[in-house]
Design a protein around this ligand. Structure first.
Ligand code: PMP
Length: 356
């Protein structure tokens, strides 16, 4: 740390992304990427766009903004296109949260919420999930804070109902309610139609997971026009060209091939259910995930030990050394072949531990 760092940033604990190994080849089930490559349309359109990289990209998400709006049945003015959904979340913190307008989110949820709160100087309240990791909607009724809910939640994969989202939005009219739908395409129900009704609701989605574009960085926020204008105020005060020409073209390629996305999501959901059943058969506790990952623990072998043993065998999963979930692993749903190798290795580890 240099002597020049702003004092208020000295205690900041940056977000820790999942490992991105270079060199050794792992079966990589640790950052919820898609096992499938992007649609051929993505490759074609990004390559074409690369020919014009001497020019700044289009502003306001270019043609992608309208295509997202069309796909979701909202107006272009209801959509802000961002560099991954992390950027949307950061800009939402910047635009709407402050010391006098604090944030609230669950104790077990996406780890970036607390980091965005910290870097933007926003105080926050952590609301514990129930014992079974579900959200108790009552905890969010009329709390007068800006609420961030991942639905499906990460890393549990559990969902909250539309009725509960409505009650939460209605009871906090002076604050924003953000529904982070990074994983919604794998089995959740989107709150996008609710933005017409609730002027304080913001839905955030990403192209990173269901559209196989984690490497491109494309996300977006959907809300009433005034909120979207506010987000663009931040974009234009930070980096008006927040998505490169190639990002935007990749996004357009992906959204023009919805059949491909839908088919991949179906495959991932089917694999998730098949592997959940297998893990349960081996004695694992597995949450009812609606996302592209499983959240599972095995009585008798600690989460960290299992993570390390899988890593030794060339399989990377995610372990969070945090209260309440340190016995669990978050396992991205990969291809059927990858998941079969995972199950085989887990069964062998269990066997060898039993012999000790
Ligand atoms: N929200 C949640 C719940 C996530 O798990 C992630 C992925 N780490 C994101 C948002 C951000 O994804 P991206 O920036 O790739 O769109």
């Amino acid at each position: 740390m240099s002597e020049f760092l702003r004092p208020e940033l000295r205690a900041l604990e940056p977000y820790v992304p999942g490992e991105q190994p270079v060199g050794k080849k792992f079966i990589k089930l640790n950052t919820n990427e898609s096992p499938f490559p992007p649609s051929p349309k993505v490759v074609e359109m990004a390559a074409e766009a690369a020919k014009r990289l001497q020019l700044y990209p289009e502003l306001d998400g270019g043609g992608l903004r309208g295509l997202i709006a069309e796909r979701l049945g909202v107006e272009k003015e209801n959509v802000a296109v961002t560099n991954g959904s992390d950027e949307a979340l950061n800009f939402i913190f910047k635009a709407f949260c402050s010391p006098s307008s604090p944030a609230a989110f669950a104790d077990i949820t996406y780890g970036f919420y607390s980091v965005f709160a910290a870097i933007n100087g926003v105080p926050f309240t952590v609301i514990p999930l129930r014992q079974d990791f579900s959200i108790d909607p009552k905890d969010y009724i009329g709390i007068e804070k800006n609420i961030f809910i991942a639905n499906p939640n990460a890393p549990t994969g559990l969902t909250i109902s539309q009725e509960d989202i409505c009650r939460i939005a209605e009871s906090n009219p002076k604050n924003i309610v953000v529904i982070d739908e990074a994983y919604v395409d794998f089995g959740g129900v989107s709150a996008v139609p609710l933005v017409r009704k609730y002027q304080n609701l913001i839905v955030v989605q990403t192209f990173s997971k269901s559209r196989s574009l984690a490497g491109a960085r494309v996300g977006f926020a959907v809300a009433c026009k005034d909120i979207i204008d506010d987000i663009y105020r931040i974009i234009y005060s930070t980096n008006p060209y927040n998505l490169s020409r190639t990002n935007l073209a990749a996004g357009i390629g992906a959204i023009s091939d919805e059949d491909y996305t839908v088919a991949n999501c179906k495959k991932i959901a089917a694999t998730r259910e098949r592997i959940s059943a297998k893990l349960r058969g081996l004695g694992f506790k597995v949450t009812d995930s609606s996302a592209n990952f499983l959240f599972a623990s095995y009585p008798g072998i600690g989460g960290k030990t299992l993570y390390e043993k899988l890593k030794e065998r060339g399989i990377l999963v995610r372990h969070f050394d945090k209260p309440r979930i340190s016995e669990y692993l978050r396992i991205t749903v990969g291809s059927d072949e990858e998941m079969d190798i995972l199950v085989k290795n887990i069964a062998e580890i269990i066997d060898s531990e039993a012999k000790i």
